[in-house]
Every structure is written in C-alpha cells, then in structure tokens.
Write a protein that binds this ligand. Structure first.
Ligand code: B3K
Ligand code: ZN
Length: 827
C-alpha cells in the first residue's frame, strides 16, 4: 500500500500514559498493556485504529469491559467512548522465531528490541506513529539477571520514562550481561550513571566507546547547550542487528560492531566510526527524541540534523579538513550514486511503500548537507540562535520540515521559500562555472537547471605564486544564470566549491594545469584534494583508452606524498585512487559506457606506475609509526599513509615487506592493511594465517570474509565458496553484508561479464528475504547502477531483478526496491 505525505491526518486519540508488563519466554512472551487514551479534540472520532502484526490476542478490554473485536492482519479497530478511557490487552509473541530482527527478538540468548520505524506493532496493539507520544512504565519479569528499558530504574526490572515519547523509541533488553560503567556530571550538576552492557568476555572492548560517549555529552553541552535529562544512560551491544545503532530513549542499542573495540581487533576506521555513531545516537536525545518527527516523511528532520551534528563533532575532535574530505567521499559514493539512479528521491519523499527502505543516504547524508548549507548561508551565530529557538519552541513536540524552516525564518528574517526546494527536489544539481578575465576584472558565470535552487558556492582566488588574493567568499546562487565580478589586476586561479559548500556536480572547462596548480597551492584542504582527484580521474579515463600514465600526474602526486609538512592523513587520502564504481559513474555521466574489466586494469596500471615513481621513497613511508599505539587522528593518519605505501611497495617486492608487517602487527589497522597489500598481489596464504588467528572472534571474522571477497580476482567464485564456509551465517546481518556487501563493492567481480556476480547476489537475496526482509532490501541496492552499463550487462541484471520480483511471497521491502530498480530504463 502506498503511503502519501499528502494523506497525513492527525491521530484520533492521544495517550496520557502507557504501562507495559513483559513475561519473557522465548516462544511465548506475554505482553500486558494498559493504555490511557484521550480523544484528540483536533480529530474527534468514535473509532480507534490500533496497529498490531503477528500478535496473538489473549484478552482485551475498554474500561474493564471485555471487547469482542477481532484483529485483522495489520491491527485492531475499536469502537470507543467519547471520553478518556483505559484500554487493556494481553498478547503473546515469539521472540525466538523472530528472524526479521524487528520488534522483540533474541540474539545469543538475549532479548532485545528494534522498534523504529514500525516495530512496536509487533510487540503489542498500539497507535504506532511518531506523533503519538506518551510516558511509559515498564515491568520486565523473567529469570535473566539484567533487565533494562527506557528511563530510570524504579525497582529491579521496573522502569519509568517520564519523557513523552513515540513507540518507535521504546526498548527492552534482558540477558546475562556485564557492564562497563562510568559517570558523567552534567553542567547543571546532574549525576548520570553510564553503562555499556555486553556479553561476558567483551568487557575489555568498551573503553573507547565510553570515552567517546563522555566527549559527546560534553560537546553537546558546550556547542548546542544540550544536557542529558535522565539519571542513567545505558548502551547495549547486540550481535544481530539490522543497522548501526538505535537511539531509544536512555537505552541505546548498538550493533556490537560499532561499540566493541581494542587495538588488536578494531581498525582506526572502526574507532572513528564508533566515535561517530556513539555521538550520533547520543545527539538524538535532543534531535529526535525530545523533538521528534510528526510522520515518517519528516525523517530527515531528525536524521539530517543528527548526522550534521555528529559530523561537526568528529570534525572538532579529529580535524576539519580531512573529516570533510571523508564525508564528501561517502556522500558521493552513496548519495550521489543513489541520486543518479532509479532509487533517487527527495530529502523529504512524498510517498513510500515500506518506510524502512527510506533510511537512505539521501535522507541522512544529503539531509545533513542541506543543514550545512543553511548554516553557511545564515552564518554560525544566526544558526545558533535558530537552534536555540528550535529547542525552546518545539521541545516535546512531533515536528515537520516546515516547523524547522520557520524557526530559521523567525530567527534570521530570511525567506526560505526557495531554499525549501532542497527538501522536495530529487537529484544532484549540476552547476557549470565559466570565467572571463578582462581589464583587471574577473567574471565568474554560474549556471544551473530549473527550478533554480539556492546554492552557496564558496570560492577563493589565488595569485600565480600561490598566494591567496581573495580569501574564502560565499557566492549565493539563486537563479539559472548568474555572474559575479572581482577586481583582479593579474589573472588569478579560481578555487571553487571550497569545503564542498553545496552537494552539487560542478563542471568547469578542462584545465589540467590549473588543477595541478591547485593541488600544489590551494589553502582549502577540500579543493586541494579535489584537484588531485579530478586529475586522477582524467588520467584514468585516458589510461582506459590506452594512454600511458601521465608523468605530470605522477610527479604532482609524488611531490605531495613526500611533502613531510603536510598532514599524513591528507596525504593518504590524496594517494587513494578514485574507486572503480565512482569512475564508472563519472564515465557514464560523460556519455561513455563503462567497461568494468578495463576500468579495473587501468586502476591497477596507475597504482603500478605510482609505485614505480615512488620507489625510492616507499621504504621511508613504510617505516613503523613512532610512539605507543593510540586511536587519535594524528596516529591514525600516519598509519593510513603507511598502509597506502605498503600496498604500493608490494607491487614492487611481491609483498615481502607487507608479509613482515603482517607477521609483526600488534594492531588491527596494520594487520588488515598488510593483509590487503598481500591479497592485492595474489599472496593468499596470509588469509589462512588470519583465519587461524581470529576464527573465534566474530567481529574480526567479518573482516576476513570481506577482505577475501573484496580483493578476489574472481569474486563470484570466492563468494560461492565462502557461503559454504562453516562460519558463514546468512541470518546474521553483519556476516551477510561482510560477504554480499563486499561482492557489490568488488566492482569488476560483481559486474563479471557472464553475470555470475548478479546471479549469486539474486540467489542470496531471494534466500534471505523470508528470513530478514530489511537486510535483503538494503543489500539489493547493489543493482541500482543497472542503467549505466552495456546492453548485455543490463539485460543480465534485469533478468535477475525480474527473477526476484516474481518470487512468491516476496516481502514488501524487497518488492518495492526491485520494482523501483526495474523501472529504470534510461538507455
Ligand atoms: N534511527 C535509527 C535507524 C532506524 C532504522 C529503521 N529501519 C538509527 C539512527 O539513525 O540513529
Ligand atoms: Zn540517526
């Protein structure tokens, strides 16, 4: 059934209070609910519709009078009195057989929940929509020692959450768990107990997440003036989880992958991601929980804002320039890709079949970009004022994007009617920039297609000696074509879209010399890196056509890589060649059909040429990182550069140095880096060593599965083998993604001409769908690039999508995804 924003209607009833009792049992958990309903004067109705799915109704009553109404497949319709009343129900559910991991389910003997977006209806009958908010009291009966829910614990296994919340923020956990505990005193003096609950044996992997949590709490007080509002904050690590983590009020539930870390088991990237996700979920306490969404179309209200906040936090903690480049890499790899294909949708969509399919890069990452632009346009002080107003005006409410924009209009006096298009228009705007220099004046002309968006284009001007003659200045584009003029006695070089000031595709006349100049001189880290990236892409395009690898590019990159005055993290990022998937889309946008094998070969030739060019410097660059191991950004950057250099070195010595690094590694970053370098040059024995070292560690084994597929010469053959491995478990989302996410990420392997990659992927999705539709639907976006490839590959991909589409009993989740991808017929 299609759900439309235009059909939104307020709830017929509001809730004063909810009381829940759980009698836990793997196959027959009883849930008793007592709900005090009050008619909503804004939408009076004599009937009340409650959502409910897969529930066995034992008994129900209204004001103690038993009801005879019978539930249908999606809920229960009640005839209700015109005054406040109490609804009671007892239902039975079976957490042990809930493999979809939505609602109440079990993971390694522990009970846990996932309710966002619509999982609460699998726990009991309820108006499961975000604009119905209520305080909850929860009692958990059972013999498990640790029983947790939202809010503060009022008696053992009994919890009270005074903050009204929608059902999607409800959580329950029960298990034989141990806590890593600490405290945080808020700036107004509230003493908060902090606990990270894990399975026995994982206690020594919690310290970093705890540290990140305390830094997040302090940062939100300092930067946004937001304090925590309960006396306890619990985090639980769960092995079977469909996504990264969940911001349930006072009880965040995390995929164990984004909590557990020790230097020997987690890479620097894992540490950075843990820090960002811990912050993200914590920040939701204000942007999501205290102020929530009126309906799921407004999802970006909480997600875009919270991603923006976690990006600001990581940027403050780890350094702005490098963080921005990393964020743009993710944005382009995921969101630009999504926006260029059949799954493209606006930041605020107008309709959906299954809301879980809309937890996308567009809602999250583009949603954050829109807020970044807003802040750039109004300035940081006005942004802070608007946010203060947002928190005071809307605390305790379920809001819309209109509410959000109105706050900015009221706080700044600015009209945001045109800016609001960023929320309703799908697709990545294309901007062209041309320049003319005459009579001591430089004129920049910018164009965009209709309808014109508000696009902040940050620029700087550099003199021929590299000195900055115009510091960063924001040009505000509001029309289809606009010119801006600057005094310039000598012709300057334009550094454009500094800091990636807008999520657009900027094209400029091709001028390799200017890009080489910017790569050498630009003071803005993003545009400097971008200059190198676009040079790299044009080199790759030429290499595909049979050219040699440009020596100018090699020289420029070698100079930058060996410039010890530059941040190693920046050098490591610059040394990373454009990804094949990114390059494929770049070629397609320019009208060339990408050939995955040719692309892979070209990238390999560039890496080989780079290794040869840097031969004399690689030994130095591969030298151990000095000092005791620490997860900080400085050391992580040094390790990143070292690992890049090691991969190049392997191309010259067949992996000899990488093997030494692998054998001696005392941290996972270097162990994985060295293994990657070895696999890339075909030394697979190290993968066996890795397996025997780590076979009992589930999170590290996910890495082993991924690396084997990602660096395979013949990914489909490797995947076909791995899914028969005793440690493969399709029902565990981390393991499934470790293999099939990696298959999709191995560009040449997935797109193998005979279609073996497509077939394996489709087989896996068909098999997973009845078990876990959410994860199946998520991974199916592997096919979203369908229309950019040659006719034969397109036909093979469509054949597989079609085969999925006609599978009997397909979930709404996967059906919607496949139908959208099959509609794509642009070629
Ligand atoms: N809000 C959750 C995501 C829920 C996904 C539901 N399919 C995590 C987050 O964004 O913080
Ligand atoms: Zn979020």
């Amino acid at each position: 059934m299609t759900v439309r924003l235009a059909d939104y209607a307020p709830p017929s009833h509001l809730i004063e209070h909810v009381d829940l009792s759980f009698r836990l049992d793997p196959q027959a958990t009883r849930v008793l609910s007592t709900i005090r309903f009050v008619p909503n004067p804004a939408a009076p109705s004599a009937t009340l519709r409650l959502n409910g799915e897969g529930l066995t109704l034992i008994a129900a009553s209204i004001d103690d009078a038993p009801i005879a109404d019978v539930p249908d497949a999606t809920g229960l319709s009640l005839t209700v009195p015109p005054h406040p009343f109490t609804f009671r129900a007892e239902v039975e559910i079976s957490p042990a057989t809930n493999t979809a991991l939505e609602g109440l389910y079990m993971s390694n003997g522990m009970y846990c929940t996932q309710c966002e977006a619509e999982g609460f209806r699998k726990i009991t009958f309820y108006p499961d929509r975000p604009d119905v908010m209520a305080p909850f009291r929860v009692r958990i009966e059972g013999d498990l020692p640790v029983r947790l829910s939202n809010g503060d614990e009022v008696a053992p296994g009994e919890w009270h959450d005074p903050w009204p919340k929608p059902a999607y923020l409800f959580a329950l956990v029960a298990g034989d768990l141990v806590a890593h505990s600490d405290r945080f005193v808020t700036r107004s003096g509230r003493d908060v107990a902090l606990n990270i609950w894990v399975r026995k044996g994982d206690e020594d992997r919690c310290a970093y997440a705890m540290d990140a949590l305390k830094r997040s709490m302090a940062w939100d007080e300092r930067v946004y003036g937001r304090e925590y509002d309960l006396s306890v904050f619990n985090i639980v690590a769960v092995d079977d989880f469909n996504m990264g983590a969940m911001e349930n009020k006072g009880l965040n539930i995390f995929n164990s992958k984004y909590v557990l870390a020790r230097p020997e088991t987690a890479t620097d990237e894992d540490f950075a991601r843990i820090e960002a996700i811990i912050a993200h979920e914590y920040f939701h306490n204000w942007t999501g929980n205290r102020i929530t969404c009126r309906d799921w179309f407004q999802l970006c209200l909480k997600e875009g804002l919270t991603v923006f906040r976690d990006q600001q936090f990581s940027s403050d903690e780890r350094g702005e320039g490098v963080k921005r480049i990393e964020d743009v890499l993710t944005l382009r790899a995921r969101q630009f890709r999504e926006d260029a294909g059949p799954l493209s949708h606006p930041v605020r969509p107008a309709e959906y079949e299954e809301i879980n399919n809309f937890y996308t890069a567009t809602i999250y990452e583009k949603g954050a970009e829109v807020i970044r632009m807003l802040r750039l346009l109004v300035g940081p002080e006005a942004y802070d004022r608007a946010l203060d107003l947002y928190f005071t005006r809307h605390d305790g409410q379920a809001c819309t994007i209109e509410d959000w924009l109105t706050v900015f209009e009221d706080a700044t006096g600015r009209d945001l009617t045109q800016f609001a298009r960023w929320y309703t228009e799908a697709g990545t705007p294309a901007v062209t920039m041309s320049e003319a220099w005459q009579d001591g004046k430089l004129t920049l002309t910018l164009t965009q297609a209709a309808p014109a968006m508000v696009i902040p284009v940050a620029i700087g001007l550099l003199a021929p000696d590299g000195a900055e003659v115009l510091p960063t200045t924001v040009l505000e584009m509001t029309e289809a074509e606009q010119s801006f003029t600057f005094d310039a006695p000598t012709r300057p070089v334009v550094s454009a879209l500094r800091g990636f000031s807008a999520p657009v595709l900027l094209s400029r006349p091709d001028a390799p010399e200017e890009r080489a100049f910017l790569l050498a001189h630009d003071s803005d880290p993003f545009t400097r890196w971008e200059a190198g990236r676009s040079l790299g892409k044009s080199v790759m395009a030429n290499v595909i056509l049979g050219d040699g690898v440009s020596t100018k590019w090699l020289d420029a990159l070698a100079r930058l890589t060996t410039d010890a005055s530059l941040d190693p993290a920046f050098r490591a990022l610059s040394l990373r060649l454009p990804a094949e998937d990114d390059m494929a889309r770049t070629l397609a946008a320019a009208g060339t059909v990408p050939d995955p094998e040719a692309l892979h070969a070209a990238r390999g030739r560039m890496a080989q040429a780079l290794a040869e060019r840097l031969a004399d410097d690689l030994a130095d660059l591969c030298a151990p990182v000095p000092g005791a191991w620490s997860p900080d950004a400085g050391q992580a950057g040094r390790r990143a550069l070292r690992m890049q250099a090691l991969a190049l070195h392997s191309r010259l010595d067949g992996g000899a140095v990488a093997q030494q690094v692998f054998d001696r590694a005392d941290n996972m970053t270097e162990e994985v880096g060295a293994l990657t370098a070895l696999l890339e040059v075909g030394v697979t024995a190290a993968a066996d060593t890795f397996l025997s070292r780590w076979r009992h560690d589930r999170l590290v084994m996910d890495k082993w599965f991924t690396l084997n597929v990602l660096h395979a010469k013949d990914a489909p053959a490797v995947v076909a083998d791995l899914i028969r491995h005793p440690l493969f478990d399709a029902a565990n989302p981390n393991r499934f993604r470790a293999v099939f996410g990696a298959l999709a990420a191995n560009h040449a392997g997935f797109h193998r001409a005979d279609g073996a990659g497509y077939r394996l992927m489709a087989d896996a999705l068909i098999a997973l769908d009845p078990v876990n539709p959410q994860t199946a639907a998520r991974v199916s976006s592997a096919f979203e690039g369908v229309a950019i490839y040659d006719a034969a590959r397109q036909a093979r991909m469509r054949e597989e999508l079609q085969r999925i589409a006609v599978t009997p009993g397909l979930s709404t989740d996967l059906r919607e995804m496949v139908a959208r991808m099959l509609k794509d017929r642009r070629n």
